[in-house]
Design a binder for this molecule. Structure first.
Ligand code: PRE
Length: 359
């Protein structure tokens, strides 16, 4: 028995052989992707196809027998697809900066490391970059599971012609970061208002009486703290790497299951993937029973709604606009019919986009 057990050198030699095969296969895949790219440029098709990417992930996660974990498989494939896409055509993606914020993490999660990621100062600046064709995509936050909607993003869709082409769900973790990495050195805490609110209990329990200062972003907090040994920032792990900080405590958020949802916007809509969501924006006529009538087209066709949000319509006092997310693609016959029926009781209706559901 004993003499059949392979040595570590033998096992490593086997790993080297397998790695050679993986590299050869990655290159074979890249050559096929380049052919796809040539076909696309000949027929003016989009290089980036989020629906196809979703199908790839879904299929691979289903066929994976393990023990290689599905989460890791997804990360590996994100980079394979990101690199493949950059072989076909380099891609520029604008996001709500600065670097190391959760928007940055979400953008990396969606587009991988091969895309050119550009941090911008505000949500309108991200929209403008895409509208002016300086970036192919823009990434902006739209809601947080504990803090609610980011109304600024919703309001942008009233006047913008951009389409939503993907949603990103990011699980948010907050870390306490400082230069020394020691809790007893912390005499002041900096962060953005939202993370501060999300870590309130932890701060009271672990740093009672320590002043907490809100600043423009978690990245600004990390930057301040990188020059002050007596301060700490609540920010992401990525901020620790970018600003050379140590993790004092990780995952200090009060609520587990804290997610932020981001939207990817672009100038063009997105093809059907088979598992999609559609977002619409509309304002209804002021009539009795209108709230019932606006939901009826979906209820009677069994179309699931995942969100409905109302906002004051800034152009007219006391009028409201609604944002609605439903399951399905606007080209699905049932969805198209329901939207046409909804249109009849609306002053205006705008389809903001159909896009693959995040996984
Ligand atoms: O199938 C395509 O259309 C491709 O361009 C290939 C590929 C891939 O790497 O599999 C790359 C980018 C697209 O967004 C989707 C898939």
């Amino acid at each position: 028995m004993q003499q059949n057990t392979p040595t570590i050198e033998q096992l490593r030699a086997r790993i080297d052989g397998i790695d050679d095969q993986i590299v050869a296969l990655l290159n074979e895949r890249s050559r096929v992707v380049l052919e796809v790219g040539r076909l696309k440029s000949g027929s003016n098709m989009d290089f980036h196809v989020p629906g196809r990417e979703r199908q790839i992930y879904e299929r691979l996660l289903n066929v994976n027998p393990g023990p290689f974990p599905n989460d890791a498989l997804r990360s590996v494939y994100r980079e394979i697809i990101s690199a493949s896409l950059s072989l076909e055509s380099p891609m520029k993606v604008a996001f709500l900066g600065p670097k190391a914020t959760f928007s940055h993490l979400a953008t990396m999660q969606q587009f991988g490391l091969s895309a050119e990621l550009v941090p911008l100062k505000s949500i309108p600046a991200v929209f403008e970059e895409v509208e002016k064709e300086k970036a192919l995509y823009g990434v902006v936050p739209v809601e947080n599971s504990t803090e609610g909607v980011i109304s600024h993003t919703l309001d942008m869709f009233v006047d913008s012609g951009l389409k939503i082409t993907a949603e990103i769900l990011l699980e948010v973790h907050h870390d306490l970061l400082s230069r020394t990495g020691r809790l007893e050195d912390v005499k002041k805490v900096y962060s953005h208002v939202q993370p501060i609110a999300q870590c309130r209990q932890w701060l009271e329990d672990n740093l009672p009486g320590i002043p907490v200062v809100d600043v423009a972003s978690t990245a600004v907090a990390a930057q301040i703290v990188s020059e002050d040994y007596s301060a700490a920032a609540i920010a992401s792990e990525l901020a620790a790497t970018l600003y050379d900080l140590k993790v004092v405590r990780s995952r200090i958020e009060d609520q587990v299951n804290n997610f932020t949802r981001f939207l990817v916007v672009s100038r063009k809509g997105c093809e059907r993937s088979g598992n999609d969501k559609t977002s619409v924006l509309f304002s209804v006529k002021d009539e009795p029973g209108i709230l019932f009538r606006m939901l009826e087209p979906f209820a009677k066709r069994g179309i699931n709604l995942s969100k409905i949000e109302s906002r004051p319509f800034k152009k007219k006092a006391w009028e409201y606009i609604f944002f609605l997310d439903l399951f399905g693609h606007s080209s699905d016959p049932q969805v198209a019919e329901a939207l046409e029926e909804l249109r009849l009781c609306c002053q205006f209706l705008k389809i903001l986009g159909s896009y693959p559901r995040s996984m």
